[in-house]
Design a protein around this ligand. Structure first.
Ligand SMILES: Cc1cc2nc3c(=O)[nH]c(=O)nc-3n(C[C@H](O)[C@H](O)[C@H](O)COP(=O)(O)O)c2cc1C
Ligand code: SF4
Length: 441
């Protein structure tokens, strides 16, 4: 598996560039890595928004409409969070709107730590104004006058592009005081994150912005009640927020007519280098996974036995399940997987599943914030057991191992420790024939 990236002179190099990294370092050549972008269905996020002044007329109209009407549009749209959990966006904005206090925040989670995911990066770099306008509209609805964009440190170009886009908005008067004469004020702050996976967890992210250790916070209180600097805060993913200009210009009902009943709109899917045509694909929710794999990705370039979909905490999907799945929250949940952020990382036939499990436990142990025992200790103990099984012929006690993953699932404070058991259970279920030699009955 090649999921690597390298930052040289504030430029991100990944994909095939990694093989050329020594030459790139010497010559400081720009990245040659390009990825394909295509819409299959309705182009919402991949739509070219053309002239920026024309595009921002959507904001002008929105700011001259009452908050209640915009919130109703958002409710009609049914849009759910694209960062992993699929939570209702309208519910969060409404909850923040109703919270007491004059200082409120909209925080954009642009930490995109899931290995294999680059759809947020695409929006940040190629569609920055869809995101920024989405944040201003979200702020108007929630009564928040501050927008914070927290961008993954490994995306230096995205930080520059977003900062430049914010500067342009200031120049045009589309952000700042009394935007379009509406009386609404909104200011942005762009933050370059520090490169830890846990910083993408929304409460750890807030601590990180505050300059504290990125430790997960106990909920309640939820961020919409007590978030950044203890003020009401909405944290939304890049892709979630970037849908708002479309919803406000085309109507919530139009958005809801795309996709399925409970998963409305479109989803960006990131395909890795094991596909014949890797890239970012925008598909209507409900699009069969087989279409994504075979028609858009043009099939696999090597022999693949499973796909890890939705990041390290997503499900491990064996390829014979492809025909049963469609790209939407419910289809994945029903089959025991997770759509998550919809990144697809392939596991080739020659890659041992036991090593993949060890990698997942090690990743969790490395990224754990350490606040709760099940994750802090469980991830390390799990990695040790798998390591011994691989290197020393140790037979893992199945009961002990199951206890370990059940304790992590039930007892962890956040979805890092709590989410790891999903792909592990998928692996134990679907790859039993390969794994059983490492476990005692
Ligand atoms: C360990 C961990 C890492 C996460 N990383 C991200 C991330 O990089 N980007 C993101 O949007 N959400 C991430 N999330 C989910 C966020 O906590 C949160 O649910 C999300 O930002 C809410 O936005 P949404 O409702 O628009 O999806 C992560 C969650 C966990 C537990
Ligand atoms: S599950 Fe892990 S990352 Fe989450 S709070 Fe517990 S120790 Fe921290």
């Amino acid at each position: 598996m090649k999921i690597q990236l390298s930052i040289i002179m504030e430029k991100n190099y990944s994909g095939n560039d990694i093989d050329l990294i020594a030459d790139i370092k010497k010559s400081q050549a720009p990245s040659k890595e390009k990825y394909h972008v295509e819409s299959y269905g309705t182009p919402i996020l991949t739509m070219d928004y053309g002239d920026i002044h024309g595009y921002y007329q959507i904001l002008k109209t929105a700011l001259n409409t009452s908050r209640e009407v915009l919130l109703a549009e958002l409710k009609d749209s049914g849009v759910r969070g694209r960062g992993g959990a699929g939570f209702s966006m309208a519910f969060k904005l409404d909850s923040c709107r109703q919270a007491q206090g004059d200082t409120k925040f909209i925080v954009c989670n642009a930490d995109e730590g899931d290995p294999g995911a680059y759809s947020d990066r695409y929006i940040l770099e190629q569609r920055p104004h869809a995101l920024l306008m989405g944040m201003i509209i979200a702020g108007y609805i929630a009564g928040a006058q501050h927008g914070v964009v927290y961008i993954r440190g490994e995306y230096p170009e995205a930080v520059d592009i977003i900062q430049q886009a914010v500067n342009d908005l200031e120049t045009f008067g589309y952000t700042g005081e009394n935007i379009f004469g509406s009386g609404f004020n909104y200011r942005f702050k762009v933050i370059k994150a520090q490169g830890a996976y846990i910083c993408g967890e929304e409460t750890a992210l807030l601590s990180s912005i505050e300059g504290q250790r990125p430790e997960v916070r106990v909920r309640p209180p939820y961020p919409t009640q007590q978030g950044l600097f203890n003020k009401p805060t909405v944290v939304n993913n890049v892709e979630t927020l970037a849908n708002l200009p479309y919803i406000m210009s085309q109507s919530g009902k139009k958005f809801a007519s795309i996709g399925t009943e409970k998963s409305t709109g479109t989803k960006l899917v990131s395909l890795d280098g094991h596909f014949n045509r890797p890239g970012i694909y925008e598909v209507d929710m409900g699009t069969p996974l087989s279409v994504v794999v075979n028609e858009l990705g043009k099939g696999f370039r090597s022999k693949v036995k499973a796909m890890h979909i939705g990041g390290p905490l997503g499900g491990l999907v064996p390829i014979d399940k492809i025909p049963t799945l469609s790209v939407d929250f419910d289809s994945f949940a029903k089959e025991g997987f997770l759509l998550g952020h919809a990144s697809i990382v392939c596991l080739t036939e020659d890659f041992p599943i036991i090593e993949y499990l060890r990698h997942l436990f090690k990743f969790t142990a490395h990224e754990s914030c350490g606040k709760c025992f099940p994750c802090r200790l469980g991830s390390t103990r799990g990695a040790e057991m798998l390591d011994k099984a691989i290197n020393e012929g140790y037979q893992i006690d199945s009961e002990l191992f199951n206890d370990l993953i059940n304790t992590m699932e039930i007892g962890s404070l956040c979805a890092l420790g709590g989410g790891l058991p999903l792909p592990v259970k998928n692996a134990l279920h679907y790859f039993d024939a390969e794994l059983k030699q490492y476990f005692s009955a």
